[in-house]
Design a protein around this ligand. Sequence first.
Ligand code: PEP
Ligand code: MN
Length: 342
Amino acid sequence: MIIVMRSDAVSQNIEDVTNLLKKYNLGVHISTGAECTIIGVIGDKRIIKDIPLELMAGVEKTVPIVESYKLSGRTFSPESSVVDVDGVKIGGKELVIMAGPCAVESEEQILTAARAVKKSGAQMLRGGAFKPRTSPYSFQGLEEEGLRILDLARKETGLKVITEVTSQKAVELSFDYVNMFQIGARNVQNFELLKEVGKSGKPVLLKRGPSTSIEEWLNAAEYIMSEGNYKVVLCERGIRTFETATRNTLDISAVPVVKSKSHLPIIVDPSHAAGKSAYVASLSRAAIAAGSDGLIVEVHPDPKSAMSDAAQQLTPEAFDKLCLEISQIAKIIGREFAYENK
Ligand code: PEP
Ligand code: MN
């Protein structure tokens, strides 16, 4: 349930309501909006229903949340959230582009990629140090050595770093080296891992699974948020359909649907959706035009030599062209993106 406070409610009113709820051991989550404060109450419905909340000073009304997800839904927080990744704000007017190779392969590869994507306007560097591959015999990532390389690149370029975590151990190992954790498509319903990144307090990019409905995806976000970590950004990366011409089918409709159901920012990964570099730019342009708050794009200094996902990674030149196009679309739709390689 949510409690909508009157616009003239004072802080004492809010405190009285929250203290009462806490007495009943209910979860209390406060969302302070420009118009009014909303208090989200989580717990046993039978207990909540018997508390005379509407009689309390400052309370406008109580509204049941019908969706299975609560904290990630728009009912709880009508205003769109902006997630701050150490100064890079995702979900505001400015579009955020994360770019870099699929996997961290060497110091030279990451530094070359980082310098190039920064020049084109990317604000964040991506690169996997732990690679969840379909085959156990494929390259599994450089692990801690990879994290050290990412840290080196962030120190040199000032780019914020995002990397995928696949286990509790990876969360612990990565914590000091990166600015944002990525939960990969395969782990979207790994609830223990979701709770772990929730407890970490670090911003999380939560990919949609290949067969995850939007409701299941928002419930996955709920696992992170119910641990007190509200810094969640969703990422549509294509779902599995009957179509085999692309690696996955980019569900572009997920962008407006998520925007209507959730206050969380959403970005799009055109690389894992397309599976082929030739399609990445069109999917990226479509995503931004549809209202995505940004992109996460695979860029490799020499895609043909890549140790994973070689077919879908852009060259720095192709990425640069894409960034110019994104800056042009941004102007038309009232967003901002600073393309720098003028
Ligand atoms: C990745 O970002 O390299 C990756 C493995 O993506 P996904 O989890 O979307 O397959
Ligand atoms: Mn990849």
